[in-house]
Design a binder for this molecule. Structure first.
Ligand code: SF4
Length: 341
């Protein structure tokens, strides 16, 4: 379902002791910051799973002798990983279970409740919860409230499997409902995007990747524009817009001459529905080995001029529905109108 970074994290436990644990990983996925995997392993449910990256990665990590992946791609819950977001003070956007599916039938309700308890206890973080098991998610959430910092989404890779998931997603009361159209496998036709707050589109990578046609992407983007739904174009994958196969990096993630990185507003106290933002935070533009490239540093140089006194860890974004630039202090969780540059 997602990709995993290369880093382990060093954290202190509540007793003040230092220890090295595989807590969360810096993600290479463009629309998140970190992966948090309290579960690993899964089983395939639809054509979008055919070339599952998580499966390939889990088997590789098992071969490398990583203890957490001793079961390979068999679903495994990891209670020892539940506390990881509690230990991280820096407000972070987490992709929950990039190596599994939270709503897989083998994950007990009690364990999902424990995941939600951690998310509720850490309102400083944003959690992105993506599933292909929309029915179970709807059943589970029918008797529970979705915390304000949890975004819920479903994969929509084709019409047959994806569109029913989207319909189910819309029945769930949540601050942000999003669609991940990756790998996009066909033209999705006319979409009813009412009640959807974010759309991600991406092509497939890997040796058996299937191509994604530019016209399919264009149709989705046009419909997002019409419905004022934030649109995020993740990548072409290994098939370029010209229909030629090359590396994922070489094909890049530009569409119509630019990148599209809109996201729902994510600051506490900010409107969360249907408002497009462009996060300029360097953390969303990955440099090599966790460092920042010169271009990234330049992009993240404070475009808004001087910061309000005492605030740091700023994110700058442009609102689609309000004029001017806004900045958000993720540490103090305050929003400000940007001062003139
Ligand atoms: S649901 Fe996601 S993690 Fe599970 S098999 Fe399908 S693609 Fe892989």
């Amino acid at each position: 379902m997602g990709k995993i970074g290369r880093r382990t994290s060093s954290v202190g436990d509540p007793g003040g002791n230092r220890r090295i644990v595989w807590v969360t990983t810096r993600s290479t996925i463009e629309w998140t910051e970190q992966s948090w995997n309290p579960c690993t392993g899964c089983t395939k449910v639809s054509p979008g799973c055919q070339n599952c990256f998580a499966e390939r990665m889990a088997l590789r990590l098992k071969a490398m002798g990583m203890k957490a992946y001793a079961n390979g791609f068999t679903l495994t819950v990891h209670p020892d990983r539940l506390n990881a977001p509690l230990l991280r003070r820096k407000p972070t956007v987490y992709f929950v279970n990039s190596m599994s599916d939270v709503f897989h039938k083998a994950v007990p309700d009690e364990f999902i409740d424990r995941i939600f308890a951690v998310m509720t206890q850490t309102p400083r973080h944003i959690y992105q919860l993506l599933t292909k098991r929309a029915d179970r998610m709807a059943r589970f959430l029918s008797s529970r409230e979705v915390p304000h910092n949890v975004w819920i989404g479903v994969t929509v890779e084709n019409r047959d499997h994806g569109l029913p998931r989207m319909a189910t997603l819309k029945t769930i009361d949540a601050p942000v409902r999003f669609l991940c159209m990756e790998p996009l496998l066909e033209d999705l036709g006319d979409l009813d995007l009412a009640g959807i707050h974010w759309v991600i589109v991406g092509g497939e990578s890997g040796p058996r990747a299937r191509p994604m046609r530019p016209a399919w992407v264009q149709s989705i983007k046009d419909q997002c524009d019409l419905g004022q739904v934030p649109f995020f174009f993740k990548q072409w994958g290994v098939w370029g817009p010209d229909g030629r196969r090359r590396s994922r990096k070489a094909n890049g993630r530009r569409l119509l001459g630019r990148t599209w990185d809109d996201m729902p507003a994510c600051g506490p106290g900010e409107p969360r529905t249907g408002e497009a933002i462009q996060i300029r935070n360097a953390a969303h533009v990955k440099g090599s080995q966790g460092g920042l490239t010169a271009a990234t540093k330049q992009r993240s140089a404070r475009p808004w001029g001087s910061l309000p006194k005492g605030c740091n860890k700023m994110r700058s974004y442009r609102s689609a529905t309000a004029p001017g630039r806004r900045i958000m202090c993720m540490e103090r969780q305050q929003g400000h109108t940007a001062p003139p540059a």
